[in-house]
Design a protein around this ligand. Structure first.
Ligand code: FES
Length: 87
């Protein structure tokens, strides 16, 4: 598991194994739009402020991936213990 801090919502949530960041955010009352929930459409995009995303999507371009500033919250995870999102 890892921790996600939601900067605008002033919340820190835990994302368990087998749970998506999107699901954990919704459980905490932070709703983000989504559509495919398979990492393909781009709807659930969030901006990464801090931490290292573990990209599992097929939406971001190689340069977007490498920049580490965007994450698809329906499928991607975190390589760092903590991720800070602009959400
Ligand atoms: Fe489609 Fe996340 S909902 S990429």
């Amino acid at each position: 598991s890892f921790e996600v801090a939601l900067a605008r919502s002033c919340l820190t949530i835990k994302v368990a194994a087998g749970q998506s960041i999107l699901e954990a955010m919704r459980e905490a009352g932070v709703d983000l739009p989504s559509s495919c929930e398979q990492g393909a459409c781009g709807t659930c995009l969030a901006t990464v402020i801090e931490g290292e995303p573990d990209h599992q999507d097929v939406y971001l371009s190689p340069s977007e991936r490498a920049s580490g500033t965007k994450i698809m919250t329906c499928v991607s995870r975190s390589k760092s213990a903590r991720l800070v999102l602009d959400a």
